[in-house]
Design a protein around this ligand. Sequence first.
Ligand code: ZN
Length: 86
Amino acid sequence: METPCSASRTTACAPIMGIFKTDPSKHVVVGNEMNCEICGHNLFFKRKGQINTAGLSFFELDWLNATANCVVCAQRGYVHWFLPTG
Ligand SMILES: [Zn+2]
């Protein structure tokens, strides 16, 4: 069962904060300030994520074996993935 954030809390849930070393910040994509796809929150943790499974090779999707930028909602932990472009 999901553990909701305290309604009075304006920063990230403690369990999510615990796995990141930096404070959450706003994220801008093509000039637009991003909001979480799920909850609309506007603060995110950022890290690199590896997209790499044997299944991808089986389906000839090796191009997905790449490092993506992960933008993680500080409120609910929803991970937004951005594949490298260009
Ligand atoms: Zn969210």
